[in-house]
Design a protein around this ligand. Structure first.
Ligand code: CTP
Length: 209
C-alpha cells in the first residue's frame, strides 16, 4: 500500500495576452498532465491540478486550479508547492510574453506598415519553485527535436529536478509516443510506442522512489 502523497500536476499551455482578444500560446492539449492526475488518483494520492486553458474533463477527486498566463501559474505554484510532496511540471509554459498588454484592441497602421511585437522573457517557473524544494520530488518534462538526452539532462540540472521526462516532437497531440526518463545519473527507463495512460501509470512510480 503506497502512502497517500499530495502531488501537484501542471498541465496544458499558457496564454500570454497581447490585447483583450489576442494571445500567444502553444499546441499543448494538456492530455499528459491530466493522464498523470488520473493515474495519481487511481494510486491513492491527493492531486492539485494547475491547468492552463484546456478542454479536458477534471478527474474526479482532483482539486483543479485554472490559470491563463505563466505568471498566473507561478502564483498558483507559489501558493501550493510548500504544502505538496511532489510535482509533475507537465505544463507547456510560454517562454515569452508581450512586454505590454494593450487595454484596447491592437489596431493596424495606415498604409500596411509592418507591426512589431516586443516580448519579454517569462520566469522559469520550475527553476523558481524548485530552488528551495527541500525533500519534495520534482519531475520536469522536456520535448526536444535533437540531442534529446543531453539537452534534457542539462535542463534537469538547471531546474534542480529529480527526474526529467523526455518526449520527442512527435508526442505533441499524438495518441502514442516514446518516453525516456532521466535522473542525474542518466537514463532511468524508456518506454517505446506507449499511450499517455500507460506512460502516466509508470510515471506515478517516480513519486514513491
Ligand atoms: N518550464 C517552466 N517555466 C518556463 C519554461 C519551462 O517551468 N518558463 C518547465 C516546463 O514545464 C518543463 C520544463 O520546464 O517541465 C522544460 O520545459 P522546456 O520548455 O523544455 O524548457 P525551457 O527551459 O523553456 O527550454 P527551451 O529553451 O528548450 O525552450
Amino acid at each position: 500500500m503506497t502512502d497517500c502523497l499530495h502531488v501537484i500536476v501542471t498541465a496544458g499551455p499558457t496564454r500570454e495576452h497581447i490585447d483583450p482578444v489576442r494571445y500567444l500560446s502553444n499546441e499543448s492539449s494538456g492530455a499528459m498532465g491530466f493522464a498523470i492526475a488520473r493515474a495519481l488518483l487511481a494510486a491513492g494520492h491527493r492531486v492539485t491540478l494547475i491547468a492552463g486553458p484546456v478542454s479536458q474533463e477534471t478527474p474526479e477527486g482532483a482539486a483543479r486550479i485554472d490559470v491563463i498566463s505563466a505568471l498566473d501559474m507561478l502564483a498558483a505554484l507559489e501558493d501550493h508547492f510548500s504544502e505538496a510532496d511532489a510535482i509533475f511540471m507537465a505544463a507547456a509554459v510560454g517562454d515569452f510574453r508581450p512586454a505590454t498588454r494593450l487595454e484596447g484592441k491592437w489596431k493596424k497602421e495606415e498604409g500596411g506598415a509592418a507591426a512589431v511585437l516586443e516580448l519579454v522573457e517569462n520566469p522559469d517557473l520550475l527553476a523558481t519553485i524548485a530552488r528551495d524544494k527541500g525533500p519534495r520530488k520534482v519531475i520536469a518534462f522536456a520535448l526536444e527535436t535533437s540531442d534529446g538526452e543531453a539537452r534534457a539532462g542539462a535542463k534537469l540540472v538547471r531546474k534542480n529536478a529529480d527526474y526529467i521526462v523526455l518526449n520527442d516532437a512527435s508526442a505533441l497531440n499524438a495518441a502514442r509516443s516514446s518516453v525516456t526518463v532521466l535522473n542525474a545519473d542518466g537514463v532511468v527507463w524508456r518506454l517505446e510506442d506507449v499511450s499517455k495512460d500507460e506512460t502516466a501509470a509508470r510515471l506515478v512510480e517516480l513519486v514513491g522512489r
